[in-house]
Design a protein around this ligand. Structure first.
Ligand code: 8YV
Length: 311
């Protein structure tokens, strides 16, 4: 008998295929009557595979046998971890395997935002090169300071890449780390010292609107914001206003507060580069993330230690 699990939202195909082969997988995203879905599974589901969608306290209550929420993604802000802790439910995520990919995205956004490569390419494609002459000059990375908010494993991978481009590194974390980069005790003082403020901090209630008008004022009209963490970390309407009014120089954004919705005002900006949350979105990395998720579920049913527990 294969164990019953729930898949919250459709996963990367190879992950989905393995889970559906090894488990009796019930697709929440296809359920038309959620109450009936949970009622039917309440007595037998110990594992949930989340990602794309999360798990809230009500869902945990509907599944009294639940032991593990195996989440696809390093960020697990869509899982109510406090509610899980209270109920003795474990939660795992998929760290490390995506560090390089996400750091590449962060660096691409930094380069594209300062150097305006997407705009320069659009200029060529519009036939303007021959018609109007060369594309206007942009801004160098070399010699500039990147201030990293959240110097964890992804932040360190970004720092290495930024240094290879000639940038200096500074950072803010809740706690000072044993690293050579200068530490700033709060986002405002870091923003003041930075040309590029790079957001890598986890999402969730603790970091909601961490980047507000005060932080953007400290970054100033020559400063750039790059966000590859979560849209919730930035006060998005304020950011849009600051970009429209030139109160910061530009922004590179991979994440937004209500994905996939992006407020129309962003589309019109020439000083922003916008990605549709592609931080970890390669075949290789998504495969590796999926395998961590699968291995955590396997470990649960084999009675082995979980690979990547967060609680
Ligand atoms: C994924 C991410 O886009 O890992 C994360 O936290 O934000 C991204 O790698 C997302 O998890 C896919 O659902």
């Amino acid at each position: 008998m294969k164990p019953d699990i729930i898949i919250v939202a459709k996963l990367h195909q190879p992950t989905q295929d393995i889970l559906e082969k090894e488990f009796t997988a019930h697709r929440l995203y296809e359920a038309t009557d959620r109450d009936a879905f949970f009622k039917g599974l309440a007595g037998k589901v110990e594992g949930v595979a989340s990602g794309g969608g999360g798990v809230n306290a009500a869902m945990m209550d509907a599944l009294p046998k639940l032991k593990l929420i195996a989440h696809f993604g390093v960020g697990y802000d869509v899982v109510d971890v406090d509610a899980a802790k209270k109920r003795g439910i474990r939660v795992t995520n998929t760290p490390d395997v995506l560090n390089d990919c996400v750091a590449d995205t962060a660096m691409a956004l930094t380069m594209n935002t300062l150097r305006k490569f997407p705009q320069a390419e659009a200029y060529l494609r519009s036939g303007f090169w021959a018609a109007k002459g060369g594309y206007p000059l942009s801004t160098s990375l070399g010699g500039k300071t990147m201030g990293i908010v959240g110097l964890g494993r992804i932040g360190e991978a970004i720092a290495r890449r930024a240094q290879a481009s000639g940038m200096k590194i500074a950072y803010h974390n809740r706690n000072k780390k044993d690293v050579a980069y200068p530490y700033y005790p709060d986002p405002v003082s870091l923003a003041k010292a930075s040309d590029v403020l790079m957001l890598v901090t986890p999402g969730g209630a603790e970091t909601k609107n961490l980047v507000n008008a005060k932080v953007l004022d400290a970054l100033g009209p020559q400063g750039y914001l790059v966000n590859i963490s979560r849209g919730s970390v930035v006060d998005q309407p304020v950011l849009l206003k600051y970009l429209q009014e030139g109160k910061i120089a530009g922004a590179g954004l991979d994440v937004f507060s209500e994905e996939p919705k992006v407020p129309a005002g962003f589309y019109a900006l020439d000083n922003a580069v916008l990605f549709p949350h592609v931080g970890s979105a390669t075949h290789e990395t998504r495969f590796a993330m999926g395998m961590v998720q699968v291995d955590n579920l396997r470990a649960l049913y084999a009675g082995k230690p979980l690979l990547t527990p967060v609680v």
